[in-house]
Design a protein around this ligand. Structure first.
Ligand code: BT5
Length: 324
């Protein structure tokens, strides 16, 4: 892509004085007219490129847009995000990812959208996805694991996310089994795993992740006030969504590869360490139609919750937990 090559050169020369159109054209063996077109395309995407005396081009700022040009820049993954499909608006990145996976899209394909009009949570619930405020994304994975092990990927994803937020922002992010990430008890991210499997093998897994990055209080409706939060609301700072996404992909890839080889037990201690808001605490749990109360004793190697109820220890594979 012409604009990508121009961008690479402009980024390299960012600190020096910039580059002239003729130098760009000779370095890339392109006619100058293509250089002008490429520059215009980059500006349309939100790159600020100054021209000095109409001759020297200098990149002064890059957009925080979830576009392949930015996500691919210095992304240190081998699988995740190697192929990126990025959209201004989608109904749901998970729905598109599922369709593409059925059509044999390769493992690691990343679908991102600046806005979702029908973002999904679990059990038909809605996920609020306002434009340009968060990261709304889905990944296609094809792990060769038995279907019973797949839910462990939800905890692996949560762990990658919690590690990313702690490292990049210093905020104390926590895991709430099985698919929430919280800061100060409020939800800033949710994970939606969708599975296509046969009895003994997984065809593919879609990992959908929604991360609230730069929302302010008024971006949330009344019913979510006090329950939902964003990185901006907790830190008082705006963070680059592109940078957070890249770090998250790098961490998730490492965890995913170890998970496939060694199973969830490889990360169990870290997962438990990040779940301290739940472990040892009293909870209410909605398990299908059953309501259970108990104390969270452990998380096992399948990613199930071990709950001590009044009568016995129970192993719960999925459900909705409320801390009490
Ligand atoms: C989840 O469901 O937490 C999974 C959310 C996954 C969303 C991503 S976005 C990219 C990808 N494409 C999709 O279509 N989905 C995935 P659940 O545990 O069911 O939580 C849903 C509940 O969280 C809702 O009923 C609300 O109460 C609350 N909620 C909705 N939007 C929220 C938001 N932006 N931030 C925090 N809480 C929210």
């Amino acid at each position: 892509m012409i604009s990508e090559s121009i961008l690479t050169l402009l980024k390299r020369e960012k600190k020096s004085g910039g580059l002239s159109a003729s130098l760009l054209s000779s370095s890339l063996s392109l006619p100058t007219s293509s250089v002008y077109e490429g520059i215009a395309e980059l500006r349309k995407l939100g790159y600020k490129i100054e021209t000095e005396k109409g001759k020297i081009y200098r990149l002064t700022s890059v957009p925080d847009s979830l576009i392949p040009l930015e996500i691919h820049d210095n992304l240190k993954t081998k699988i995740l995000g190697k192929r990126i499909l990025s959209y201004r608006t989608l109904k749901s990145t998970n729905d598109l990812a599922y369709r593409l996976a059925e059509e044999k899209a390769p493992e690691g394909t990343l679908i991102v959208a600046e806005k979702q009009t029908a973002g999904k949570g679990r059990l038909g619930r809605k996920w609020l996805s306002p434009p340009e405020r968060g990261i709304w994304m889905s990944l296609i994975l094809r792990p060769k694991i038995p279907p019973a092990k797949a839910p462990g990927l939800s905890l692996c994803t949560g762990l990658a996310l919690v590690k990313t937020i702690r490292e990049k922002t210093g905020l104390q992010a926590d895991l709430k089994w099985p698919n929430d990430c919280l800061i100060e008890g409020k939800k800033f991210a949710g994970i939606l795993l969708e599975l296509s499997a046969e009895l003994d093998k997984v065809n593919f897994v879609i990992i959908g992740v929604g991360i609230n990055v730069n929302q302010v209080q008024n971006d949330f409706p009344k019913n979510l006030k006090g329950k939902a939060t964003s990185i901006l609301m907790e830190s008082g700072k705006r963070y680059s969504r592109v940078e957070l996404l890249k770090t998250f992909l790098e961490k998730l890839e490492k965890i995913y590869l170890n998970f496939k080889t060694f199973g969830l037990k490889f990360y169990l201690d870290e997962i438990k360490g990040s779940s301290s808001i739940m472990l040892g605490h009293k909870v209410k749990l909605l398990y299908g139609k059953e309501k259970i109360r108990g104390i969270v004793k452990d998380i096992d190697e399948n990613g199930s919750l071990i709950l001590e109820t009044r009568s016995r220890l129970r192993t719960i594979s999925s459900g909705e937990v409320t801390l009490i």
